[in-house]
Design a protein. Structure first.
Length: 276
């Protein structure tokens, strides 16, 4: 066959590469990859190795191990993060947040600790803006994620019309600009909403967090499920320490803190109150 039709060879994947990579991912980001994700992980590793023009996945992993500050570490982590999110996902959480915000003293601070591509953070902002009389001066929202690509998308605040289907018609009018021409079918978050949120990249397992503020509410949903139990317990302790008394922690529908920590008590469906 003519060489013009020959596909370039993918880097070799050897026995032990998957275990080595999962251990590295766990040490760096706390993320656990189960054996059922082996095929996906090996394809992903091979693609990253190919991007760096390496002929073996083992060579790629060795490069990461020998260069702990290399930018490629972020690409490695990004490749294994899951960005499944939606506007007003688990809507009861936003109903609880609205009622809670009305009763809290100002200023009010909320942290979206795994904000992905921004839908959760913007849902928080819409809820507080619709609930409080002077949100511009009374509310601050921090939104972070370990995935740099997701955070960049969140900052941009551009979504398809399909993505904002859960948003009410009035909120669409108040908070989104509709695209025209080449951007038909797209919307952009209005500055009045975007200005309420500070987006940043953050590894929740970093030795320290680059802020000193304390929060009235933290959304850390569908994140604990990617960590082992000791890591979950440590993270919950850290979250409790940056919360104001009586603050609320919102978690995912499959996450149960009851047997992990006494730093929180169940307040409602997947809503916990800090105990200090």
């Amino acid at each position: 066959m003519n060489s013009i039709f020959t596909l370039p060879a993918m880097p070799d994947v050897e026995t032990g590469d998957f275990a080595r990579a999962t251990a590295m991912l766990h040490r760096r980001a706390g993320i656990l990859l189960g054996q059922h994700k082996r095929d996906m992980a090996e394809r992903t590793l091979a693609m990253r190795a190919k991007t760096l023009r390496m002929d073996k996945v083992g060579t790629y992993l060795a490069y990461l191990e020998q260069n702990p500050d290399a930018p490629e570490w972020q690409e490695f982590i990004n490749a294994f993060t899951v960005n499944h999110t939606a506007f007003f996902r688990e809507r009861h959480h936003f109903d609880v947040l609205g009622r809670f915000a009305k009763k809290r003293s100002r200023p009010l601070s909320v942290w979206s600790a795994a904000c992905s591509t921004g839908e959760e953070a913007y849902s928080i902002a819409m809820t507080l803006r619709d609930t409080l009389p002077n949100p511009d001066h009374q509310v601050s929202i921090l939104a972070t994620d370990i995935d740099t690509v997701a955070v960049a998308a969140a900052r941009a605040g551009m979504y398809t019309l399909e993505r904002i289907a859960p948003v009410s018609e009035q909120q669409r009018k108040n908070y989104f600009l509709r695209g025209t021409g080449s951007r038909a079918g797209m919307v952009r978050v209005k500055p009045v909403l975007r200005s309420m949120i500070e987006f940043d990249v953050l590894n929740l397992l970093a030795p320290s967090w680059p802020f000193e503020q304390r929060f009235d509410a933290i959304f850390c949903r569908n994140t604990l499920i990617y960590f082992d139990k000791p890591t979950q317990t440590r993270l919950l302790g850290r979250l409790a320490r940056v919360m104001k008394p009586g603050g609320l922690l919102f978690v995912g529908h499959s996450e149960n803190l009851t047997y992990l920590t006494d730093a929180f008590r169940l307040k409602g469906q997947t809503v916990y109150e800090v105990t200090h």
